[in-house]
Design a protein around this ligand. Sequence first.
Ligand SMILES: Cc1ncc(COP(=O)(O)O)c(C=O)c1O
Length: 360
Amino acid sequence: MRLASAEIDLTALQENLRLTQKLAPKSKIMAVLKANAYGHGLVKIAQHLQDADAFAVARVDEALALRTGGITKPIVLLEGFFHSSDLPILLANNLQTIVHDISQLEAIEQANLESPLTVWLKIDTGMHRLGVEPEEFEHFYSRLKCSNNVAEKIHLMTHFACADDVGDNKTEIQQVLFKSLVGQSHAPLCLANSAGIIGWPESHGDWIRPGLMLYGVSPMLGRVGQQHGLKPVMRLTTKVIAIKHVKAHQAVGYGSRWQSEQDTYLAVIGVGYGDGYPRHAKVGTPVVIRNRRYGIVGAVSMDMISINIGDNPDNIEVGDEVEMWGPNLPVEEVAQCAETIPYELLCNVTPRVSYEYIEA
Ligand SMILES: Cc1ncc(COP(=O)(O)O)c(C=O)c1O
């Protein structure tokens, strides 16, 4: 029996997909599965998103793992390919590529391919990470259209920088620029990530690219998934492994960074940064034991964390389950206590954690 366990609620996953489709009823869905499906298990999650129209990953290896796992839906490489020698692999495995850089365009033009590749041309409308410059768009688009190595239907896409903040007009500016460039193209358009889908309905194009919201987590600043009707998919738990009494002013844990003002009991729990729990979670970060919240104290160590359970420990016993995040404790809240984002917490869950997939 492993202590730390991630229960993955596949029914919640499917309900989140349905809600996503309801929010953007006219759009096709490219479900984003990179980084091991945000830490939820790549193939298993893909198998339970049968109603998605396509999948997206960041690396060729991730796409190949999906194919090996029997996934036959279209797969889009969000960063494209990284070397011309990848191109035959893309074709052999029916992978679609984003083009965002001149090196990719030239590699495609110069390749000797048996059949054309499906291409998504990415335009940088303000994220300033990947994508061709707006003034380069026409040039890239016409060269792609002329290449025999490119399938006839070229998709056009962009990515938002600040869509999580509905008060920031940058998303509006990005949309206006994108539409001014692609308006006459009649190509399929794709703009919105989860934050675009929830916060910017006018950005829903022919395709949407939800990631985080499928896992039941809010992409919007200061919100939790349940506020949008989403259901958390991952429930990370562990067990109490010891109950310990400490006297007032006895320092606890590495660095002796925390001490209680009065005598108290600690529940020592079997999870730590070796399982992916954030080491920087501050004192007071909540956990749930027997439907009650308690705060962590001292430093998070590799395998254990101490929880202050107060001066009456009678109701908590060794072996009790502890929820670190899940339906009773939003991962968004834990992320805030660790000064990070829920994406990072979910992706960081390590292979030491046992995964259990649950279907209603
Ligand atoms: C290009 C692109 N599209 C869509 C997504 C999905 O974003 P989210 O998980 O916020 O929905 C990502 C994730 O980072 C991305 O890089």
